[in-house]
Ligand binder design. Structure first.
Ligand code: SAH
Length: 249
């Protein structure tokens, strides 16, 4: 899968490309990243790509022409995405959809954003990373690249771990523990130390159901629970109530 990234700050992607599983995915040819410096397509001798806003008011606006030329330079069929707070908010389902594409172009806005005609004529969709505003599309783009890349076959060491991630099954992940066994008085749940794999699976499923019920109950509306799941969740609720009761008394 290839990402083209159109940005006025190409160097921000250097360490991103050279770190961790993204680097590995590039080395293993699962992923490629083509960072395009928008200033190379400036139509101004000072390499400017922005100008004042018609109608006045604060802030600069990124111009149509350099963006148009940068997109034309790609020459391949690519889904053109504009990260923008006005887009639909990305979620795990959308990450999965994007992971099926071969080529995605991310247009990183800065300043007040881009000339409206870019949005109307040049892009396929706007995608938001949440209902807040950051100063540029670079970090939202990295977020999208990271979320999509971990879904590409072979990108993450143990693909089973992806299947268990939060949201992937409409449930949150279960809690994880590693050494040491005891920190102050806090012990790792004994079931995880006893080596009974069936019991461990049951405990983890219960914790995943319980965490979802506690922290993101709305997710449970979209998932069909088995009889066993219902039972586990009831057990979790009982244990939770008992514990809270003990703590309050
Ligand atoms: N004036 C614009 C925001 C400009 S912020 C507005 O209110 O809609 C500058 C750039 O940062 C945007 O063009 C976009 O590319 C990026 N950006 C900011 N917040 C974002 C978000 N929540 N999701 C995705 N991209 C965002």
């Amino acid at each position: 899968m290839n990402f083209n990234i159109i940005t006025i700050f190409p160097t921000i992607f250097n360490t991103f490309k050279e770190t961790g599983f993204i680097k590995r995915a590039i080395t293993n040819k699962i992923l490629s990243m083509n960072v395009i410096n928008l200033r190379d397509f400036s139509i101004n001798k000072h390499n400017k790509v922005d100008d004042k806003s018609y109608g006045g008011g604060p802030g600069m606006v990124m111009q149509f022409e350099p963006i148009y030329n940068a997109i034309v330079s790609i020459k391949k069929k690519s889904r053109i995405i504009f990260p923008s707070p006005q887009g639909e908010t990305i979620n795990q389902k959308k990450m999965s959809e994007l992971s099926n594409l071969k080529d995605i172009t991310l247009l990183c806005g800065r300043y007040e954003g881009v000339d409206q005609r870019v949005i109307d004529d040049l892009i396929d969709e706007e995608i938001s990373v949440g209902d807040y505003v950051v100063s540029g599309g670079e970090i939202p783009s990295m977020l999208i690249i990271e979320g999509v890349t971990r879904l590409l076959p072979g990108a993450v060491d143990d693909e089973n771990s992806i299947k268990l991630d939060s949201y992937q099954n409409h449930l949150l992940d279960y809690p994880h523990y590693t050494r040491p066994e005891t920190i102050d008085n806090k012990k790792v749940p004994s079931i995880l130390l006893e080596g009974n794999h069936e019991e461990i699976s049951r405990w983890r499923r219960k914790q995943a159901l319980g965490a979802t019920w506690l922290k993101k109950p709305e997710l449970l509306k979209n998932v069909k629970l088995s009889k066993e799941d219902d039972k586990l969740l009831e057990e979790y609720k009982e244990e939770y109530k008992r514990q809270n009761h003990e703590q309050n008394n």
